[in-house]
Design a protein around this ligand. Structure first.
Ligand SMILES: [Zn+2]
Length: 186
């Protein structure tokens, strides 16, 4: 299965005005990176839109724990719940860890937050799709969800496996892998 064209198709076929049912074809492949990690990831369209809307309208960082069903080659993320939030700012969010049964964690970065952690208004949103040093430290905790999403806008979204975050070592920030990001163009 080819990765990037599928992701692009999934996003293009997802207009905001569409009405969504619970039919079997309502899931979108949001991340297809079997070559890199051995599995693809899907989300139902309403969940995809909820997270996209949250990223688009956010003025601070938000977190969601994502639940679903993991199969050998595809992870179906079905629901999102907000964990208890401590303090949240434009560049930081303190929150309860996701429960061990959560498959993925999601948080947004505001467009313009650069890898140095400073907010530069007008910056290309794609440059805000990365795991920060704080994100990487959290991902190294044993009970961390196995998949980590960062979303900047409705279209710009990146993900990493926990294993990739651990393997990255003690770097200050980890950028998006080409086959694990959306909204970056072909
Ligand atoms: Zn972050």
């Amino acid at each position: 299965m080819r990765s990037l064209p599928l992701v692009a198709l999934a996003l293009l076929s997802c207009p905001p005005s569409q009405t969504y049912g619970a039919g079997g074809d309502s899931s979108q492949i949001v991340a297809s990176a079997r070559e890199a990690t051995g599995y693809a990831i899907t989300m139902p369209r309403p969940l995809l839109h909820e997270l996209g809307h949250l990223a688009d309208t956010a003025t601070i960082e938000h977190v969601r724990c994502l639940y679903g069903v993991a199969r050998p080659d595809t992870v179906h993320l079905l629901w999102a719940f907000e964990p208890e939030i401590g303090k949240a700012t434009t560049t930081y969010v303190q929150h309860e860890s996701c429960p061990a049964v959560a498959i993925a964690s999601w948080h947004n970065h505001l467009a313009g937050v650069t890898m140095t952690g400073t907010l530069v208004p007008g910056e290309d949103p794609r440059s805000s799709c990365y795991l920060s040093g704080v994100d990487l430290r959290a991902a190294r905790e044993y009970a961390s969800p196995k998949i980590l999403f960062v979303q900047v806008t409705r279209d710009v979204r990146c993900w990493w496996s926990q294993e990739q975050a651990i393997r990255s070592g003690l770097v200050g920030a980890l950028g998006a892998f080409p086959e694990q990001r959306a909204g970056f163009g072909p």
